[in-house]
Design a protein. Structure first.
Length: 239
């Protein structure tokens, strides 16, 4: 009878799910207020943001929460008083250099200013503009410089990082359908060269091809993500 009692205890212990739990599972941190998810809908001339039904609070890993914090700090730093002066000077410098709109023939009234819009359920600022154009439209280099990196990612899809000749600015071109076959990392390009073609790779809506175009003022092109985002619309806007 004593052995039966021990066996019963062992069976109960094994059956208890708590025995199988481990302390090595990643800690999950809920975002405090997810808000409403945003969806990009296709239209002939612009991207409209429509509010979706309220979703349950998302769960992210601790690493993801740190990444979101870094984005928030960068956005905050870009709007600090000292950086506002650098942004103003950068816009003026790029206007003087006459960097070009990367989509040929795109009228001014079709360049929408989405720079300050929030994306990814309100967790990051856009810090770029979206230039709508038919799939396959050539993408031109906005400025002369050097191709730093040819990249593929979940968000940006097929994308390019290009520095200016003085390595003070980094231009980011994303959602490409394809690169121009002649380009390679490290090569020099001239303003107006075709570097790729408009597409919908990454997280771009399949029905709304466009170029995601961003500019960063930086002191280190290898760490462009620590740079200050510059609104391209302010540069292209008529004076």
């Amino acid at each position: 009878m004593a052995l039966s009692g021990v066996a019963l205890i062992v069976v109960v212990a094994i059956a208890d799910p708590a025995v199988w739990r481990t302390s090595n599972q990643p800690t999950r941190v809920p975002l405090p207020d997810a808000g409403r998810a945003l969806r990009i809908k296709a239209s002939a001339d612009s991207l409209r943001l429509d509010s979706l039904a309220r979703i349950s609070t998302p769960i992210v890993t601790r690493r993801a929460s740190f990444a979101l914090t870094r984005v928030a700090l960068r956005d905050s730093a870009a709007r600090a008083p000292d950086n506002r002066q650098r942004i103003k000077a950068a816009i003026e410098e790029l206007r003087i250099r006459q960097i070009m709109v990367p989509i040929p023939g795109l009228p001014q009234d079709r360049i929408r200013d989405s720079f300050d819009q929030w994306r990814s359920n309100g967790t990051r600022r856009h810090n770029a503009i979206d230039l709508l154009a038919p799939r396959g439209t050539p993408i031109l280099a906005a400025d002369s410089g050097t191709i730093l990196k040819m990249n593929r990612s979940t968000l940006g899809g097929i994308s390019l990082y290009v520095s200016d000749p003085h390595q003070r600015f980094v231009y980011y071109y994303a959602h490409l359908h394809a690169y121009h076959p002649s380009i390679t990392e490290g090569m020099s390009i001239a303003r107006g060269d075709t570097i790729g073609f408009v597409g919908t790779t990454g997280n771009a809506p399949a029905s709304s091809p466009h170029l995601h175009f961003a500019i960063f003022r930086t002191d280190d092109v290898d760490r462009w993500y620590n740079g200050i985002p510059i609104n391209p619309r302010e540069i292209f806007r008529p004076r």
